[in-house]
Design a protein around this ligand. Structure first.
Ligand code: ADP
Length: 186
């Protein structure tokens, strides 16, 4: 977990590879659907371009289908999900059904101003449609309103690991590995 621009996607790929599980990124799946022009992509794009969350029902169904695929049978890393309290409940149901359990929830902690700076830089390089300044601001608001409360939920479940997300990518990766080394794997 972490606000937009925290570097979740970058770290998720490295961490997932290290543990030999797929990184399941809802943002990436939505973007792939948008670029392929699928019905899901057409629907999701309206929300993404405005910096809003795609409705839970759509997102939940998509994640459910993805974790049903065979490469996720031994485990998976979720990037960008859950992002709402309703998604937390839905995920609980999904993993109960598949027999998985959550080993850890990793929160990448960053400085708000730094995050906005990174996103504006990414906007120039990648030209993502949801990286304009207004949309970036809206995404930060939506994160604070809908997703930040999830940190407390997972802290209460003793699953939360907070890692300092400032500094070089490699430094952050090292902190994540060190933190995860201490977690017993299911
Ligand atoms: P970020 O830069 O915020 O980490 P992502 O690439 O994870 O962005 O997601 C991009 C967009 O995809 C979000 O702004 C949102 O519209 C949509 N999205 C991704 N994950 C979810 C989710 N779990 N629930 C609802 N919408 C989501």
């Amino acid at each position: 977990m972490g606000p937009p621009g925290a570097g979740k996607g970058t770290q998720a790929k490295v961490v997932a590879e290290h543990f030999g599980v797929p990184a399941i990124s809802t943002g990436d799946i939505f973007r792939a659907n948008v670029s392929q022009g699928t019905p899901l992509g057409v629907e999701a794009k309206r929300y993404m371009d405005a910096g809003e969350y795609v409705p839970d029902e759509i997102t939940n169904r998509m994640v459910r289908n993805r974790i049903d695929e065979s490469d996720a049978a031994q485990g998976f890393l979720l990037d960008g999900y859950p992002r709402t309290l309703a998604q937390v409940e839905e995920l609980d149901g999904m993993i109960k059904f598949t027999g998985h359990k959550l080993d850890a929830v990793l929160s990448v902690v960053v400085d708000k101003d730094e995050v906005v700076k990174r996103l504006l830089q990414r906007a120039q390089i990648e030209g993502r449609a949801d990286d304009t300044e207004d949309v970036i601001r809206r995404r930060q608001e939506v994160y604070a309103e809908q997703t930040e409360p999830l940190i407390g939920v997972y802290r209460d479940r003793n699953l939360l690991i907070e890692v300092d997300g400032m500094g070089e990518v490699d430094e952050v990766t090292k902190r994540i590995f060190d933190a995860l080394d201490a977690v017993p794997q299911s």
